[in-house]
Design a binder for this molecule. Structure first.
Ligand SMILES: [Zn+2]
Length: 120
């Protein structure tokens, strides 16, 4: 039995960003329902994210995925550069679309000051 839901949100667990994320979600997807995955590193471990995404698709028939990585991510350590986050976000989007071409996937890089930078 499917309980329809609009979207899946994926972000890091990092507490420093939760308020920014809540505010952004209130502003940008307040009219939508969404599942939420909080996992250290955001999309860094793509296998974990895909396992959660599959459940979200199978149980809730989501149509949209919003992926958020962030600046100074401890799960990336010294690898936490804007280039690496952009690379992983783009790769995650590609992998997701290869399996679920019907999904609308958006990717964001969050700055420490709360800015949401869309990664295209
Ligand atoms: Zn992080």
């Amino acid at each position: 039995m499917v309980h329809p839901c609009d979207a899946l949100i994926v972000s890091c667990i990092d507490f420093r960003f939760q308020k920014y994320i809540r505010n952004w979600l209130d502003k940008n997807v307040s009219d939508k329902t969404f599942d939420y995955v909080g996992y250290a590193g955001g999309v860094k471990d793509i296998a974990i994210i895909l396992s959660q995404l599959k459940i979200s698709v199978d149980l809730h028939a989501i149509k949209q995925v919003i992926l958020m990585n962030h600046e100074a991510c401890g799960a990336y350590g010294v690898e936490s550069t804007p280039e690496n986050h952009a690379r992983d976000l783009k790769k995650a989007k590609e992998i997701i679309l290869a399996t679920y071409p019907q999904l609308n996937v958006q990717t964001y890089y969050l700055h420490l000051d709360g800015e949401f930078e869309e990664v295209l």
